[in-house]
Design a protein around this ligand. Structure first.
Ligand code: GLY
Length: 423
């Protein structure tokens, strides 16, 4: 089978590595890929946002399955464009990807299907002044999550600690167009207190399989300080999550989401990522994403022992029900992101990366902001590599990741030292 993966991050490197393990794979390409995918796939120059060109290339090269990684092309409709060329895809259509690309749509969808989530108000330009006044009313409670409706590169959520902060955020998003069209509608959502967990399900439109759980570390610096990032590291599984709570998440969140999308005529095919808060009153959805997480994919996928290509193909074909029960490897994975000093404000370009050959065989390195310049591997982005250690438990996995990350060097390299260190 000939497979094309769309994207250039460490998530896509992890997807490629898992697909590579199948004997049924005859050809693997990654568009555009990175310095790491170059070793296991053909990197195809191109822009994932140029849907017609992606479809043209895939059709011309006899691709049997396209697996789409990132949110922007999914939200923009790449799957619709690929399917229009007769290509088989693992990823949601533009209409189904609204579960991530429109927070307002997702909130209303959850309310329609009784999926537990925080109460929220929708604000538009027409209701801005009323909403701003209500923020100062005596009953208003803080903190409050102010969320831009659309995709905003992970920066569209502001936690306001008082009425003034909330009003500023609201006005900046709607009147100031801080996030462009993504902020023309805004959700004011009750702040949830609890512990966050991510749950991943592979979906075929009507059926799903839980692929695993993980915990991300979104802030830039140790102790959850500094600005939000795409994720500075993750561990899997979420070993503190009681099995009964995972069962409750499956019953109250994943199953009704998959059934609800099908019922509404927008069946979800692809990786459904539920970001949840485990609150004192049970699990509640913070957000859905229409794709695998990054860096979560780098720790969840290597623990999956079932044949990944078979699962991807079955999900794309709507035949997941015929797949055997999933199998996982024992133990835990801990992934630490090695980032540029300037991340998340800016990335690094052209700095030589050394030490990868000194990493132990039991440790995986997934590339993101890297590129080959001749034979020389260089930095090419903000999050440069994810270093993943494995062990019998989280502490052992963490020890392997940190014992190896210090062997890799580039100018300005930095990482959080507390990934997976929480009790
Ligand atoms: N790591 C969070 C995300 O992929 O959205």
């Amino acid at each position: 089978m000939r497979v094309l993966v769309i994207g250039s991050g460490a998530r896509e490197h992890a997807l490629c590595a898992s697909l590579r393990q199948s004997d049924r794979l005859t050809y693997l390409a990654c568009l555009p890929g990175n310095g790491g995918t170059a070793a296991i796939a053909d990197n195809i120059p191109g822009d994932p946002m140029h849907f017609a060109a992606c479809a043209e290339w895939a059709a011309a090269h006899g691709i049997d399955l396209v697996v789409v990684g990132p949110d922007d092309p999914l939200g923009g409709g790449i799957v619709d464009a690929l399917q229009a060329r007769g290509l088989r895809c693992l990823g949601p259509t533009q209409a189904a990807a609204r579960i991530e690309s429109s927070k307002v749509w997702a909130k209303e969808f959850m309310l329609r299907h009784g999926i537990p989530t925080a109460p929220a108000h929708i604000v538009t330009a027409d209701s801005l002044e009323d909403a701003a006044r209500a923020l100062h009313a005596p009953g208003a409670t803080y903190p409050l999550a102010v969320k831009a409706d659309g995709l905003a590169a992970g920066k569209g959520v502001i936690i306001a600690h008082n009425a003034a902060e909330a009003e500023n955020a609201l006005r900046e998003m709607i009147a100031g167009q801080r996030f462009g069209a993504a902020g023309t509608r805004v959700l004011l959502e009750d702040f949830m207190i609890g512990r966050e967990v991510s749950v991943f399900a592979l979906c075929d439109g009507t059926q799903y399989r839980i692929l695993g759980t993980a915990c991300d570390h979104k802030r830039a610096y140790d102790g959850d300080q500094g600005p939000n990032t795409g994720g500075m590291g993750a561990y899997a599984p979420a070993d503190w999550l009681p099995p009964a709570t995972l069962a409750e998440i499956e019953r109250a969140v994943i199953a009704p989401a998959v059934a609800g999308m099908a019922e509404e005529g927008v069946p979800f095919v692809g990786f459904l990522f539920a970001g949840l808060m485990i609150t004192p009153t049970g699990p509640k959805v913070v957000e859905f994403n229409a794709r695998f997480g990054d860096p979560e994919a780098q720790v969840v996928l290597p623990l999956l022992a079932s044949p990944f290509l078979d699962l991807c193909e079955a999900a794309a074909d709507g035949t997941l029900a015929a797949q055997p029960e999933l199998r996982w490897r024992e133990g835990s994975a801990c992934g630490v992101v090695l980032a540029a000093a300037t991340y998340p404000t800016a990335g690094s370009k052209g700095a030589p990366i050394t030490g990868l050959d000194d990493v132990d065989d039991d440790v995986l390195i997934f590339h993101a902001g890297t590129k080959l310049n001749g034979n020389r591997l260089e930095t090419n982005g903000g999050r440069v590599l994810t270093v993943v250690g494995f062990g019998k438990d989280r502490a052992a996995a963490r020890e392997r990741a940190y014992a190896n990350i210090t062997r890799i060097h580039f100018d300005g390299a930095r990482y959080r030292s507390d990934i997976g260190a929480q009790p």
